[in-house]
Ligand binder design. Structure first.
Ligand SMILES: Nc1ncnc2c1ncn2[C@@H]1O[C@H](COP(=O)(O)OP(=O)(O)OP(=O)(O)O)[C@@H](O)[C@H]1O
Length: 416
């Protein structure tokens, strides 16, 4: 039996949901009226750059989402990609499980009939050889080219915010869009499941509380400060900043939005050491799903709870951070190599025996036949593959000698 306080809490939640639904309908009505009157300007030049917006698509009802996908211009990269897979997790779950995932890019198969498993609360480091397809996988996820439920919100950090007149603070605080999206999603979930207690609904309510306008500015300013923006810089127009700094604004937006699935490709690329340290601490606390590619092993060690290794067109999962992955992988490979050598010796031994005694006396021939059966069984049961070390490329740079000063001289140069 639920306690009195639990009943009270539930009643409060229901009331809150009713209020929200009312507000959402009112907002939608207003928006529709504005569109009829031609008052809605749509996306102007001051909005976030296209990549980031497209990568954080509104997680709305399936039909609205479909419409968005259809109206989204197909970029060259996604046109060159082909993805197939089957959603195995429940559409309302906060985990993503996709079976038989295959991705082809420019006719080359990067993933072949593999499984993608992303669970809520985990922070995955995606590793693999250069060119194995890590960025392509993130792009495919960010573009929803794989069957991710439409109610799952995704932010894929792809581009810096536009060089507009908006300040970094304003860019980060564009929260109304998210609030409206979450309210619509809550409404959809209620219609689909009718379960007020569903995990996703609770998550949405928490997020809506977090988006409280009274504290929005403080939160946005905290994120920007962590990424190196002084209070004065936070008030300057974005067009005054270089691409690298505008990328930091994009990163702050991603952290502000806190999507269910956050995709980051080399997030430390534009950061100095202080900002890297701050970001590591921030991502360590990320409670939803993070999938990140990073060349920095230290950073991955600090942030990741799991590692996904893109290896031979499949995704292999490891628990723990980067160091744990290296250790476990090396132990597994050592074991695999031992098994490979043992099987190779056994098979050679049996083959020799069969060749030598297969046509001998009846007794020896019978033994040879029995060895043949064992051999066939071993092959049918699957043999251990030989471990092949990752391809390493080594560069050597010849000594160029010393260059007499001045190496470089810059005079009367300004930077905007
Ligand atoms: N424009 C293109 N035309 C043909 N093949 C391409 C093109 N762009 C990328 N590729 C190939 O697609 C594959 C996957 O590239 P992707 O960038 O996803 O790999 P990655 O694992 O992220 O690599 P890195 O670690 O170097 O960033 C690579 O083998 C690459 O050579």
């Amino acid at each position: 039996m639920p306690s009195e306080s639990a009943k009270k809490r539930q009643a409060q939640k229901k009331e809150r949901e009713r209020q929200r639904q009312k507000q959402t309908s009112a907002k939608k009505k207003q928006k529709a009226e504005e569109q009829v009157n031609g008052a809605s300007g749509g996306v102007d030049g001051n909005e976030c750059s296209e990549g980031a917006c497209a990568a954080a698509p509104g997680a709305v009802t399936p039909s609205e989402d479909d419409a968005k996908v259809k109206s989204k211009p197909v970029d060259k990269k996604s046109a060159a990609r082909s993805c197939t897979g089957v959603l195995a997790s429940h559409p309302l779950s906060r985990d993503i499980h996709i079976n038989r995932l295959s991705i082809t890019f420019h006719g080359v198969e990067l993933l072949s009939d593999t499984g993608l498993e992303l669970n809520i609360g985990r922070r995955y480091g995606l590793v693999g050889l250069n060119g194995s397809g890590k960025s392509t996988l993130l792009d495919a996820l960010g573009n929803r080219e794989v069957p991710i439920p439409p109610n799952m919100d995704i932010f894929h950090l792809t581009e810096e915010v536009a060089a507009s007149d908006m300040t970094p603070l304003q860019c980060v605080m564009e929260v109304d869009e998210e609030r409206l999206r979450l309210e619509t999603e809550a409404e959809t979930l209620m219609k689909l499941s009718g379960d007020m207690e569903s995990e996703r609904l609770q998550d949405i309510y928490e997020r809506l509380d977090e988006l409280d306008a009274a504290t929005a500015e403080t939160k946005a300013a905290r994120l920007l400060h962590g990424l190196g923006f002084s209070p004065e810089m936070q008030q300057r127009p974005c067009k005054d900043f270089s691409g690298g700094w505008r990328m930091r604004v994009s990163l702050a937006r991603a952290l502000y939005v806190k999507p269910t699935l956050l995709l980051l490709d080399e997030p430390t690329n534009h950061l100095d050491l202080d900002a890297c340290v701050w970001l590591e601490e921030e991502l360590k606390k990320y409670k939803r799903i993070l999938v990140m590619v990073s060349h920095s092993q230290d950073f991955m060690n600090g942030v990741c709870t799991n590692v996904i290794h893109l290896h031979k067109n499949t995704l292999v999962y490891y628990r723990g951070n980067y160091d744990a992955y290296v250790k476990t992988r090396s132990e597994l490979e050592e074991h695999q190599m031992k098994r490979y050598n043992w099987e190779k010796d056994q098979m050679q031994h049996m083959k020799d025996y069969i060749a030598r005694f297969g046509h001998g006396s009846a007794k020896l021939a019978r033994q040879a036949q029995s060895k043949e059966k064992v051999l066939a069984k071993m092959v049918a049961g699957g043999l251990a593959e030989k471990v092949v070390s990752d391809k390493l490329v080594q560069f050597s740079f010849p000594d160029c000698g010393s260059v007499p000063p001045p190496v470089i001289m810059v005079q009367n140069v300004s930077f905007r």
